[in-house]
Design a protein around this ligand. Structure first.
Ligand SMILES: *Cc1c(COP(=O)(O)O)cnc(C)c1O
Length: 378
């Protein structure tokens, strides 16, 4: 089945018992056992729940992976994946990643003796140079948050595997509709399902997909042991959101391309970060490894414009954390999503105070451009 059909019919398609076209919400914590040690495949809903199992199979199908796991948030998924490692292990991490990923590495796992080193993963040679015996995995986002830096996933996978290390890819920004990291050689794919997969800014969720049975078994064990699982109702909402992923992503991208090109030629900005622009350093790699550039744009307003006034003057576009919903959202990474990253690291990678991150929604592109223009001019 092609991906567009899998979005609607992948996973567990409907309900066999009644013929309901939607997977029911199994709002139950436990299951009747027919005799001591005899159950019907379900024991306790932290361990397994049929609604969650449906969305877990769906995300595995979409990522062309064998094993999927659903979590209460993207960070619950990340927490579980990082729990694969032990004291003394080290991770190489992209130099611009989601602020919360940085926070859990720096303020949680570092306390358990798991260290990290930040590298510019868009330069594969820097990754190879940073690999030593302690390094157990490379962790990247592509395009990364918030500067949309593109990492060559196949190239980094080859380097990681040559040295017997794992490659973990956070695929939140593109979703499997646009990029399938397992097919490019990654070992573990992570999602914040809160964003494009859910798509309506109404559910927090996370996913992990892998192909390797041994890694999967360990992750299933950790999912149950740590317990940050996705609830039945939220699993249902994720299945519902995913059904329209293809049409949403197409429109998100069409709008984003138009807005990025407008911004670049507008004279209002000193920089536009968007891998769909020919001027973007990630353009060629993005074209090679993904089916599109996605719909996240970051830009730096020229000095003569006041970014505080810009945020205050927007009328249609909402100032908020998060991304990937049908409505356009704008944020100020330095004080919002990436505030957890120390100022010196932020400056070094380019997360300056004038940086604005735009999650382009599926409204009318001209309305969005008009709103941006009036807010910049004000
Ligand atoms: C939002 C986000 C996360 C964290 O996910 P939550 O669902 O908010 O816990 C991780 N990675 C990326 C790239 C994100 O955008």
């Amino acid at each position: 089945m092609k991906l567009d059909s899998l979005l609607i019919h992948g996973g567990i398609d409907g309900d066999n018992t009644t013929g309901a076209v939607n997977v029911p919400v199994y709002q139950t914590s436990t299951y009747k056992q027919d005799a001591l040690g005899v159950n019907r495949g379900w024991e306790y809903s932290r361990t397994g729940n049929p609604t969650r199992a449906a969305v877990e199979k769906l995300i595995a199908d979409l990522e062309v992976g064998k094993y999927g796991m659903a979590f209460a948030s993207g960070l619950a998924a990340i927490n579980t994946v990082l729990s694969l490692f032990k004291s003394g292990d080290k991770l190489l991490v992209s130099d611009n990643i989601y602020g919360g990923t940085f926070r859990i590495l720096d303020n949680v796992f570092k306390n358990f003796g798991i260290s990290y080193e930040i590298v510019n993963s868009s330069d594969s040679a820097l990754i190879e140079a940073a690999i030593d015996d302690d390094v157990k995995a490379v962790y990247v986002e592509s395009p990364a948050n918030p500067l949309l830096t593109v990492t060559d996933i196949a190239e980094v996978a080859e380097i990681a595997h040559k040295h017997n290390k794992l490659l973990i890819v956070d695929n939140t920004f593109l979703t499997p509709y646009l990029q399938r990291p397992l097919s490019l050689g990654a070992d573990i794919v992570i999602h914040s399902g809160t964003k494009y997969l859910g798509g309506h800014s109404d559910t927090i969720s996370g996913f992990v997909v892998v192909n390797d049975k041994e890694i999967a078994d360990r992750l299933y064990y950790l999912q149950n042991a740590i317990g940050g699982v996705l609830a039945p109702w939220d699993s249902f909402l994720m299945i519902r959101g995913i059904k329209t992923l293809a049409v949403r992503m197409e429109r998100h991208q069409k709008n984003a391309q138009k807005i990025a090109e407008w911004l670049e030629n507008s004279g209002y900005v000193s920089k536009v970060y968007y891998p769909g622009l020919k001027s973007d350093p990630g353009y060629e790699v993005q074209k090679k490894q993904a089916d599109g550039p996605g719909a996240m744009i970051s830009f730096v307003l020229k000095e003569e414009y006041d970014y505080r006034k810009f945020f205050k003057s927007l009328k249609l576009i909402t100032l908020a954390e998060s991304l990937g919903g049908v409505e356009s959202l704008v944020c100020h990474p330095a004080s919002m999503t990436h505030a957890a990253i120390p100022a010196d690291i932020r400056k070094k990678v380019g997360i300056v105070d004038e940086l604005i991150r735009l999650s382009v929604g599926i409204e009318d592109a001209d309305d969005l451009i008009a709103d941006l223009e009036q807010a910049i001019k004000s």
